[in-house]
Structures are given as C-alpha cells and as structure tokens.
Design a protein around this ligand. Structure first.
Ligand SMILES: *Cc1c(COP(=O)(O)O)cnc(C)c1O
Length: 377
C-alpha cells in the first residue's frame, strides 16, 4: 500500500501575500533587522491589541527574557512560573540567574492554579523573599483564570508577564490575551498559529517599557553618533524580511483562528461518541484560538494516549504528548515547585491532535477514522 501523505501537528500556512511583501523587501533592499516592514508589523499587532506598544523581536523566548530584565529581575530573585508549559517559558529566568518557582495547574483551563499561586507567594513572603514576577502561560490557546491571578498579583504587588505564545487571537471576557499583564509575549515560530519562520513580540500598555525593549534588543546603543553603551544589550530584534512574512500572516489571523476552532469542533463532534476521550473545553469567559486540539484519555481506558500516538504515527500522522511539566524536567529538578498532581496527570493521559490550518476536511477525517478504528477494535 502506498504511504499516505504526512499529516503534521501544525505546519506553517502561508496565504497569497507573504511572498509579495518579501519581494517588496528585496526590491527596497531592507534586508536587515531594521526597516519599514517591522514598523508596519508592529502597528498591526498594536491595532489588534488595544493599541498597546509593541516591540517585534526574533523570538518569544527573547521577549520573555527582556520582560524579566525590564521588570528588574536580578540574579538570585524568585520568579513564579506556570509549570505546565514549554521550556522556553522558564529558560529566560535561568538566563538571568534567577530561580523559577513552578506552580501547577487547575483542571478547568489547565493553566496556573490561583490557589497554589497564592499559597506559594505567602510562603515565599514569610521567608522574607518576595517573588519578583509571575509568568502566566495560556497553554494551547486556552486563557488562564485571569481575574483570579490578577487579583493575587494586585494584592501582593507582583507584576505579571503573560506568555501568550500559543494564544494569539484568544480572548478572555472578550478582551485579547496578552493585554492583561504588565507584559504580553507572542511567538511566531514555525508551528504557531501564524509564523514569521522565527520571531516574537513583546507588548505592553507602558510605552517606556517597550522603548526599553527596543533599545535592549538592538545592543543597547545610546543616542550618540559613535557607538556608546551604558548597558548590556542583546541582538534580539526581528529581521525586516521576517516582518514582511508577518504582515501577510496578520492579514489572515482571524481566518486562522476560525479554522483552528473549526478543526476543534469537528474533532469534538466526531469523537465525542468515544466515552474514553475528553476534550479541553472553554468556560463562559474564554474564547480559545485552539492552537492545538488536545484530548485526555480516561484512566480506565485500555487504549492509552501513547497507543493512539503510535497508531497515528504508523499511518503517517503526527500527534504529540502534552508538554511535560517543568517541575518534572531533569534540568529543573532543583527548582522549587508547588504541585497538586494536575499537570502530571494531564501529561500522563493527554495527547495533541494534528491541528494545522492547512489541513483539508479529508485529512481531518483520516485522523478521526484512525482513532475511531482503534477504539472499535
Ligand atoms: C513557542 C513558545 C514559546 C517560545 O517562543 P519561541 O518564539 O519559540 O522562542 C514560549 N512559550 C510557549 C508556551 C511556547 O509555546
């Protein structure tokens, strides 16, 4: 039997315009980490996000790094961080020499548990060492319990960095994710809902924060004709070539969100007949971009998440385990954590299904039929 075409978890999906804008870049020779396309891309992101200030950067990771620096986090400080996430959320804490303190999840949104967060802050405060920041992740596009987290942030006066790398286009109480914290972070890596091949952005209501981010991201060059430096800088600016791709992608963001949600709806409709499979669902506050459709398998099920993954793989279909929580990662084994077993349990039983916006109905159906077949056996 001829091998069927590979179905990817979430592959890049260009529209008709990206190449046009990239050609424009070549014509005007703005092949640099400076240029009009960066400005335009930042404007588009700003328009989408309450006219907040935006710094386009070369990754989501560098955006988190700069946010921590601008908030004044120093070596030896504690930073509270969602445990259920990709390592890129937590690594920048270590770049600074600060200590991540990982906070486990709640089952409703899979994101940071407000109860554990408050417990952690109280305990850390009692030792006389107040945590310097909270990094709040909106995993798989699903908004966290934002009101609860922001209340705690206010009560204890600790700033919030929203890691919205997976949640561009998601909303909480109809307001865009990334606009609730002191900073919002986006990623445009290859498999995100829109991509610039690699890239990221830092947004904030605070204009000064963002001009600092632009300054730090371009080697912290002071305002002099010669190269004068009074701070350590970084080479974190987005390339103008990548920004051109970003402009084309921003034009189709809404339709990408629609398609992701449509894929999620089809999976739910088609697979809800299987009792062993449950989906991550929105509550009344949340509108998710459903970057990836995620399922959890009942603990009593004979067919486990990894059986599904391997079976799909045999059919040339890519699926992936959920993120392995940071508090279980070897590299963070000496970090503090506040846990309740939620993220570990979800990791043990969960799976990400192929959710690329360039999937055809036929391809979605291939995934559905494969899973149905496995459970019918
Ligand atoms: C992708 C991702 C990042 C990092 O973004 P990059 O642009 O790849 O550096 C950070 N946090 C989360 C949750 C992500 O999924």
């Amino acid at each position: 039997m001829k091998e069927q075409k590979k179905i990817w978890l979430s592959s890049p999906h260009m529209s008709d315009n990206e190449l046009k804008y990239v050609n424009d870049v070549f014509k005007k020779n703005w092949i640099a980490p400076v240029g009009p396309h960066i400005t335009k891309f930042e404007e588009m992101l700003s328009n989408k996000h309450e006219n907040y200030s935006v710094a386009a950067l070369n990754s989501g990771t560098s955006a988190i790094h700069l946010a921590l620096i601008i908030l004044g986090v120093k070596s030896g400080d504690d930073v509270l961080c969602s445990s259920f996430t990709f390592a890129a959320t937590a690594n920048p804490i270590k770049y600074i020499g600060a200590n991540p303190v990982f906070i486990d999840s709640e089952y409703e949104t899979w994101n940071m548990c407000p109860l554990l967060l408050e417990k952690a802050i109280k305990e850390r405060n009692e030792t006389g060492k107040k945590p310097k920041a909270i990094i709040l992740v909106h995993l798989y596009g699903m908004p966290a319990k934002i009101d609860e987290i922001l209340n705690i942030s206010k009560k204890f006066d600790i700033p919030v960095i929203e890691d919205a790398a997976e949640a561009l286009g998601s909303t909480y109480k109809k307001k865009n994710i990334g606009t609730f914290g002191d900073f919002g972070v986006f990623s445009f890596n290859g498999n995100k809902i829109i991509t610039t091949s690699g890239g990221g952005a830092l947004i904030s209501k605070n204009k000064k924060f963002i001009s600092q981010a632009k300054y730090l991201s371009t080697q912290a060059r002071d305002n002099q004709p010669h190269y004068e430096h009074s701070k350590i800088g970084y080479n974190y600016r987005l390339s103008n070539v990548c920004a051109a791709i970003g402009i084309g992608q921003m034009e189709v963001l809404n339709s990408r969100v629609e398609k992701k949600r449509c894929i999620n709806k089809i999976y739910k409709e088609q697979l809800s007949c299987i009792d062993e499979i449950k989906f991550l669902e929105e509550n009344e506050n949340n509108f998710s971009n459903f970057w990836l459709t995620t399922i959890v398998i009942n603990e009593k099920s004979k067919i486990k998440n990894d059986d599904i993954r391997l079976y799909l793989e045999s059919l040339n279909i890519e699926s992936r385990p959920l993120w392995k929580p940071m508090h279980l990662q070897p590299v963070f084994s000496s970090s503090k954590s506040y846990t309740n077993n939620t993220s570990d349990d979800l990791f043990q039983r969960g799976l990400c299904l192929p959710s690329g916006t360039n999937m055809s109905d036929e391809e979605i159906n291939r995934v559905v039929l494969a899973i149905k077949k496995l459970y019918a056996k």
